[in-house]
Design a protein around this ligand. Structure first.
Ligand SMILES: [Zn+2]
Ligand SMILES: [Zn+2]
Length: 132
């Protein structure tokens, strides 16, 4: 794969994530990307996503048990956690990250932390009403 094509794929994926303004799964990204790049393979998307993660341009979220979601970052230092409604898939930001304080204690033990995730599952207010 040449660099120029690589750059094009990155730009397309970033544009899709920006437009969506919410976390998207690989399948959702693929469904949109294939309209623009009909020959794109899922393995190429995974590779491009990895490169974008390495550049801190996107964030990775484990919002459900089976799927990983990706969201564009406002800037490289942005650190956000989100939860997603099981039913309507609406996304809510968590007000803060409580993990850093806990991490400090582990780092003191010499542990090198690469990443962390918060997974909270459930229903939003509207969907909870309909489930009564
Ligand atoms: Zn909902
Ligand atoms: Zn955090």
């Amino acid at each position: 794969m040449d660099t120029q094509r690589n750059t094009k794929q990155k730009q397309f994926i970033l544009a899709i994530l920006k437009e969506a303004d919410r976390p998207m799964s690989i399948n959702e990204i693929y469904a949109q990307l294939v309209n623009q790049l009909p020959k794109i393979a899922k393995s190429t998307i995974y590779r491009t996503i990895d490169a974008l993660l390495g550049q801190s341009l996107i964030d990775k979220y484990h919002l459900t048990d089976n799927e990983v979601f990706y969201r564009i970052k406002a800037d490289r230092n942005e650190h956000k956690h989100v939860i997603i409604c099981d039913d309507c898939k609406k996304v809510f930001d968590l007000p803060a990250c409580p993990i850093h304080a806990i991490e400090d204690a582990i780092v003191e033990e010499g542990f090198i932390i690469k990443d962390h995730q918060i997974q909270i599952t459930g229903l939003c207010k509207d969907c909870a009403l309909h489930h009564k």
